[in-house]
Design a binder for this molecule. Structure first.
Ligand code: FAD
Length: 523
């Protein structure tokens, strides 16, 4: 049976407190013997007394059994190949799914493996040197590896969340991700998980090639017949394209081949940073956070002039990081360690941008949104000294439209320099952000803290281009054998949804293979 109950934070780690709270809910006396397992855990901070809200499976007779999916992988080294471009969550989960189905994944990744990637991240942070093939977006594990690792999607609409979560646990994630309503893994734990997933792929006959950048597609009579990397040319008639939202050269290459794509709205703005203690005070309504509560987060949104202004990818106890993928641009994002123990809370604060904003870039056709995005990032870089220092302004000054003469302490390692962002962001973006922030400050006056700072630019929120595909076959409507997938094609927004999309596309590739080969069942 399922029992809902609540606990004060200091009782969270006491098994006896859980037992008593469950028995209270069952109107039962303290001496009754029960077995229980917590299956859902959330924090309710709405009222005066912040408390945990829990759900447990309870039995009088037997310990609650683990309900785990058993994955069975066979060796696929001699099976037909499917090429996957990109070793992000979409590419890696597509690969695992193909192995389960009995097809051989061959992954082509422009970046380095998780271990070697670290050196390039250090180079960006300490020396402002951006390697265009290995950075916070490119490299093994994709954009999700050095992130906060939030796994917030709870909608099963896009696929089997449980399967993705269980695979993450099988590869080293904390089993609590199945229980917490807002689970996260942390960038100190994600690399080891990614590394183990690669080992599973390779141990079962799949291949992963690093430092291999897809530079060109080979298309004949509207059919993929191969592709060219900086290393060699491949023959391929089934290609899953999972290159993420920052692979500009891939969009350009498809455009050069006249492959059908669509310009897509996305969100753009700034990252805002506060002392974590202020966010805790707002959320928990206590001057000092109870040590049994995690650093708190927020999610806020409103409409201004008919467009959304909203917080994005909030990282409690985290760091702002330089997420540029080419030299000559400034892009910021956020990440955190599993303990989320930095003194800062940061979040994207963005507004939707669309064709109205892209007008000056019309000559670039479907790539107009991407060019708008690129120009904003370049403009912010040109304001600086050629390093990855980012332009910033105190929130108090931004709202008044006046320059900041100094800036507060920040988690952003390359450093900040003061700029009147009111003048540097495009007028519609600036005015929507200002109005939105005024609205949020009206609701949470403490949010307007003297040490809160906004940092430009948060521009890689989702892909600026959509690559269409057939709803069932997942194949591009014009190019046979091309399977656009994940965030870069416009079918995911986050680690979980990208992983689920990878699984879905792998299933579709398999179905297409069975149909074409006339076989009933391959594996
Ligand atoms: C700093 C940061 C923090 C984030 N935090 C979170 C979070 O907490 N929770 C969350 O759910 N999401 C988060 N995200 C978003 C999440 O990482 C993405 O939604 C997700 O990784 C998308 O998965 P994907 O596989 O579709 O693409 P990606 O992860 O972008 O992977 C694409 C891969 O393709 C490779 N590639 C690109 N071009 C080529 C080419 N030409 N040839 C070969 N390979 C190529 C890239 O190197 C990359 O490895 C964060 C993103 C960033 C940047």
């Amino acid at each position: 049976m399922l029992v809902n109950y609540s606990l004060i934070p200091s009782d969270l780690h006491s098994e006896e407190a859980h037992r008593k709270a469950i028995l209270r809910q069952l109107d039962s006396d303290d001496s009754r013997k029960i077995y229980f397992k917590i299956i859902r855990r959330n924090i309710d901070a709405r009222g005066k007394n912040v408390h945990y809200v829990l759900r447990a499976e309870v039995s009088d007779t037997d310990p609650i059994r683990e309900n785990r999916i058993q994955f069975s992988y066979k060796n696929v080294s001699d099976k037909p190949e499917v090429h996957i471009i990109g070793a992000g969550p979409c590419g890696y989960f597509a690969a695992l799914q193909l192995i389960e189905l009995g097809l051989k994944p061959v992954i082509i990744e422009r970046g380095k493996d998780v271990r070697l990637r670290r050196k390039d991240l250090r180079d960006i942070q300490q020396f402002g040197k951006v390697n265009p093939d290995s950075n916070y977006c490119f490299g093994e594990g994709g954009a999700g590896t050095y992130s906060d690792g939030k796994l917030y999607t709870r909608s099963n609409k896009r696929g089997d969340i449980n399967k993705v979560l269980q695979l993450l646990i099988d590869h080293g994630a904390d089993p609590d991700i199945l229980v917490d309503v807002h689970p996260h893994i942390g960038s100190n734990k994600l690399p080891a998980i990614v590394n183990r997933i690669r080992k599973t792929i390779e141990d079962h006959g799949g291949e992963v090639h690093f430092n291999a950048r897809l530079d060109n597609f080979i298309i004949e009579q509207n059919k993929i017949i191969g592709f060219v990397t900086n290393q060699k040319q491949y023959k391929s008639d089934r290609l899953i394209l999972a290159t993420g939202h920052s692979a500009r050269s891939v969009y350009q290459n498809l455009h050069a081949h006249n492959v059908l794509m669509e310009c897509k709205p996305f969100a753009l703005g700034v990252r805002i940073e506060h002392p974590q203690s202020i966010i805790d005070e707002i959320q928990y309504k206590q001057k000092k956070r109870n040590p049994n509560l995690p650093p708190s987060s927020y999610s806020i949104s409103c409409q201004v002039d008919g467009k959304g202004v909203f917080s994005f990818c909030m990282c409690p106890g985290g760091l702002i990081i330089p997420a540029a993928t080419s030299p000559g641009e400034i892009v910021v994002n956020g990440m955190s360690l599993s303990r989320r123990d930095s003194a800062f809370a940061n979040s994207g604060m963005v507004t939707s941008v669309d064709d109205q904003d892209f007008k000056p870039y019309e000559k670039f056709g479907v790539l107009r949104g991407m060019m708008f995005q690129h120009e904003v990032e370049k403009r912010m870089f040109d304001l600086g000294d050629g390093s990855q220092k980012a332009p910033a302004q105190r929130l108090t000054d931004f709202l008044k439209g006046k320059p900041s003469f100094d800036l507060p302490a920040t988690s952003y390692i390359p450093g900040l320099f003061p700029v009147l962002l009111n003048k540097q962001l495009s007028k519609p973006v600036e005015s929507r952000l200002r109005e939105g922030l005024r609205h949020f400050v009206g609701k949470m006056p403490l949010y307007l803290h003297k040490d809160s700072v906004i940092v430009a630019t948060e521009s890689r929120t989702s892909a600026p281009v959509k690559i269409p595909r057939h709803a069932e076959t997942c194949m591009h409507p014009q190019i046979s054998g091309l399977y656009p997938a994940g965030e870069g094609a416009g079918y995911a927004g986050g680690i979980l949804s990208a992983a689920m999309d990878g699984q879905n596309v792998a299933n579709a590739v398999y179905d297409g293979y069975i149909k074409n080969s006339g076989m009933r069942n391959y594996h």
